[in-house]
Design a protein around this ligand. Structure first.
Ligand code: AMP
Ligand code: MG
Length: 324
C-alpha cells in the first residue's frame, strides 16, 4: 500500500462491493440514497475534484507502464446518470488515454456473431482506460427482460434452451477471467437509481426544453418493466460478482455522490495496479548523455548550450518547478 490515500479510498468503497458468491436482492440490500462518510454535497464535490486529479496522475503512469489496461463497465436503468458520471469522472484525464464506447441495439453484422464478439472488439489496449457505456451485461439484462432479442441472435435452438442465462453468466465470468489474466482490470459499476428518482428525472426531461432531446417514448415503455429489470440486475449481481471482477453498487439518487463513488472505485483500481514510470536502463542513459552533448554542441553562437538546464537550476533554487 504505497499510496497513503489508498487506505481511505479502499475503506470508503468496501460497503459498495458485492461479495462474490452472495445472493443479492437489490431492493432489500442496496439503498439508492445511501451515503458514506461524505455527508454534504460541497464536501463531496471537493473530494471528487481530488479524485479526478488522482485519476489523471495514475492514468499517465498506466500509459507509461503499458502493461495493464482498465475496463470500466457502466450499467444502469435509464436516467441513472451514466453519461454525467463519465463526463465528470473523466474530466481531468488525457483524452488520448481513454476511449468510451456506447453499446446500442446490435447491428445485423453484430447479430451474425457470438454474443461477446462486439464487446471483444472494443476492449482497451494496454496502457488505456476503456469505458463501456452499457456493455456485455445487456446480453443478460435487456435480452433477458425482452427474450425476443435472443431470437434475433440467430443462435441454434440447442443454445437457446433452458439454462441459457446461467450459461451466459458462466461464459461472461470465464471471459472476464481470461481478460484479467491478460492484464486487464475490470471495474464494474451498477448505478442504482430508485424508481421515484427516475420518475422525477424523466419529468425534468419533459419540462426543460433543452433536456427534451434526452427523452424518448421508449424510456416510458422500459420503465413499465422496472421490476423485471430489478430482478435481472439482482441475478447479474449474484452470479457475476467474482473475486477477479467484483461488482460495485453505486447509490445513484444523488448525482454528486454517484460520481464521487464511481471515481473512488476507479482510482482504487489504479492504485492497486500501482503503475510506474519505466526506469531508464544504464545503456539508454548513456545514449541520453551522448545526445545531450551533441545538442549542446549545436548551440548557436552566443546561446547557452542548455537553456533548459539553466532554467531548471533556477527554478529549483526558487523552490518552484517550471518544467515548461
Ligand atoms: P441509450 O443508451 O439510451 O442510447 O439506448 C441504447 C439502447 O440499446 C437501450 O435501449 C438498450 O436496451 C439497447 N441495447 C443495448 N445493448 C443491447 C443488446 N445487446 N441487445 C438489445 N438491445 C440492446
Ligand atoms: Mg436511453
Amino acid at each position: 500500500m504505497a499510496d497513503p490515500r489508498h487506505k481511505r479510498i479502499a475503506e470508503s468503497i468496501t460497503p459498495l462491493r458485492v461479495k462474490p458468491g452472495s445472493s443479492v436482492n437489490l431492493a432489500k440490500d442496496f439503498d439508492p440514497a445511501f451515503k458514506i462518510r461524505v455527508k454534504k454535497k460541497k464536501q463531496g464535490v471537493e473530494r471528487l475534484r481530488e479524485g479526478v486529479e488522482l485519476l489523471s496522475e495514475y492514468q499517465e503512469r498506466l500509459a507509461a507502464q503499458d502493461t495493464h489496461g482498465v475496463l470500466v463497465v457502466l450499467q444502469a436503468m435509464d436516467a441513472a446518470g451514466k453519461d454525467g458520471t463519465i463526463r465528470h469522472v473523466m474530466s481531468g484525464v488525457n483524452p488520448q488515454g481513454v476511449a468510451v464506447h456506447s453499446f446500442k441495439v446490435p447491428s445485423a453484422e453484430e447479430l451474425g456473431h457470438d454474443f461477446l464478439w462486439r464487446y471483444q472488439q472494443r476492449l482497451p489496449a494496454r496502457g488505456e482506460i476503456g469505458i463501456f457505456n452499457r456493455s456485455h451485461y445487456e446480453e443478460v439484462l435487456v435480452v433477458r427482460v425482452h427474450p425476443e432479442n435472443l431470437d434475433r441472435q440467430k443462435m441454434p435452438p440447442e443454445s437457446k434452451r433452458k439454462g441459457v442465462w446461467e450459461r451466459r453468466y458462466r461464459e461472461i465470468n470465464d471471459w472476464e477471467h481470461y481478460l484479467v489474466d491478460n492484464g486487464l482490470r475490470i471495474v464494474k459499476l451498477f448505478l442504482n437509481l430508485s424508481k421515484e428518482e427516475q420518475r422525477i428525472r424523466f419529468l425534468r426531461r419533459c419540462d426543460l426544453p433543452d433536456h427534451n432531446w434526452k427523452f424518448s417514448a421508449a424510456d416510458i415503455r422500459e420503465r413499465a418493466y422496472w421490476d423485471d429489470y430489478q430482478e435481472a440486475f439482482s441475478e447479474v449481481l449474484s452470479h457475476t460478482s467474482t473475486p477477479w471482477a467484483p461488482w460495485y453498487v453505486i447509490p445513484a439518487d444523488r448525482k454528486w455522490f454517484a460520481r464521487l463513488a464511481a471515481a473512488a472505485v476507479i482510482v482504487n483500481t489504479l492504485i492497486e495496479i500501482d503503475p510506474q514510470f519505466p526506469v531508464v536502463e544504464p545503456e539508454a542513459r548513456s545514449r541520453l548523455a551522448e545526445a545531450k552533448a551533441e545538442l549542446e554542441a549545436q548551440a548557436p553562437k552566443g546561446a547557452a548550450p542548455d537553456p533548459f538546464a539553466d532554467r531548471l537550476a533556477e527554478s529549483s533554487s526558487d523552490g518552484v518547478v517550471t518544467a515548461a
